[in-house]
Design a binder for this molecule. Sequence first.
Ligand SMILES: [Zn+2]
Length: 216
Amino acid sequence: MAMRPPTATIRTQVVLPLRFADGYATGARVFSFDGLVDGREHLAFALGDRMADPPAGGHRAVPLIRAHSECLTGDVFGSQRCDCGPQLREAVERIADAGGYLLYLRQEGRGIGLYSKLEAYALQDTGVDTYEANLALGHREDERSYVAAAQMLQALGVSRVALLSNNPDKALQLRACGVTVVAQVPTAVHVSAENVRYLEAKVRRGGHTLDLSRPA
Ligand SMILES: [Zn+2]
């Protein structure tokens, strides 16, 4: 049974030219919001043909959506302990090609926060996996919520999405908030010597659909 989250509204929108460390560049229209349930400063980046506002001739295709949870260490500093940086970079280009929105959600460390994530890393260095470490610190395995993501989509006038994700929980949560997920599109696998244990835990404990035998 879908519940409709409280209505959020667009607060500001502004064009932001993006250029990544590898030289890839694209344009984005970034949106901020009023009325998001958790009061955090989440952003939506409209990419590709969704950048146009109002859309020339309207949008016929279902937009490609990525709900990316902030990872300061991976997104900004290129930490090799996770695959967030390459996932973000891939998502921006694929969404720019297809037309859609990147939702950048300020829920670091699967929702436990930056300092707690670093404490979980320290525990992982003693041999426990990423989910066990969260539990040992008194958190749940995964505290991320996608209610604000659903509110942002609603404010953007988007009710049907193709979801770029390997995580079944994202589609479940969005559907529970009334978003119609017409397709779940897998991302590439960004495996390295440093993050392979983390990715294995995602598959084993988080039910992610990753084929780790396949090179990125
Ligand atoms: Zn990360």
